[in-house]
Write a protein that binds this ligand. Structure first.
Ligand SMILES: C[S@@+](CC[C@H](N)C(=O)[O-])C[C@H]1O[C@@H](n2cnc3c(N)ncnc32)[C@H](O)[C@@H]1O
Length: 236
């Protein structure tokens, strides 16, 4: 990563420690180089992770789609721990992170690389048909939303391509369960292999098993167990 790129990504508002952002960038480089398809992230917020991935995509002339409804997750709302009053639209009183994200992408010179997609993740997933070289899951961390993201998007990851999940905490004292549960579910489905050398902190990276480049069949990347079923035995 170029020093000016790193400086921009590090200083952008968001929820991505430097070391995890740099690991995400490395995974992004690998994906963009593979030519298996575009990269896609769920959870733009103010585009911090989009800069880490966007710089990687630009290096290899790939595209990053970044999905968010820009209304914030539960913990971003007024009165919650991660609320930022500077991100409230004064006209409506609602959270709106799109202007900040858009400014960040423009300042980074990434408008030709990063496509901001505004909407509910599951709704966009239901109409998506393009195989992905990398999927980054960092949207809502509640059970229903996290599982909807996994179910809606993981099937679009091409064979040999990557899926990164943020905020995977084996110890419940460190953070919420759903990202850990979907990570464990993927590991235990046998459809994914962990890529420990690309993982860092709470950022876990998996590679889709199967024929390189072939899109996963509908539903096939999901495995068969139910939400939460694998949480007690994974610990990876
Ligand atoms: C943890 S933040 C993402 C942080 C970001 N990746 C970064 O690097 O700073 C989660 C984001 O997911 C978005 N989000 C939550 N649920 C969503 C959903 N169902 N559809 C689309 N976006 C959602 C929120 O608006 C919020 O901006």
């Amino acid at each position: 990563m170029q020093p000016d790129e790193m400086e921009l990504a590090r200083s952008q508002k968001g929820f991505m420690p430097d070391s995890e952002g740099e690991a995400l960038h490395e995974a992004g480089l690998r994906a963009a180089r593979s030519g298996l398809g575009p990269l896609l992230e769920i959870g733009t917020y103010c585009a911090k992770s989009a800069l880490y991935l966007g710089f990687a995509a630009r290096r290899h002339s790939a595209v990053l789609y970044s999905v968010d409804h820009h209304r914030g997750s539960e913990e971003n709302q007024s009165g919650w721990e991660h609320h930022d009053p500077g991100l409230v639209d004064p006209a409506t009183g609602r959270m709106d992170t799109l202007p900040e994200a858009r400014r960040a992408v423009e300042s980074a010179g990434l408008e030709g690389t990063v496509v901001l997609m505004v909407g509910e993740s599951a709704r966009i997933a239901s109409a998506w048909a393009t195989p992905l070289s990398l999927l980054f899951i960092d949207g809502g961390h509640g059970e229903a939303v996290a599982w909807a993201d996994y179910r809606g998007w993981s099937r679009h990851v091409a064979g040999g391509a990557l899926m990164a999940i943020h905020d995977v905490f084996p110890d419940p004292g460190d953070g919420g369960r759903p990202p850990y549960e979907i990570f464990c579910h993927a590991v235990q489905s046998g459809l994914w292999s962990t890529r420990d050398e690309l993982s860092e902190g709470s950022l876990r990276v998996l590679e889709r098993n199967g024929v390189p480049g072939r899109p996963a069949e509908k539903g096939s990347a999901l495995g068969s167990s139910s939400p939460g079923a694998s949480a007690g035995t994974c610990q990876s």
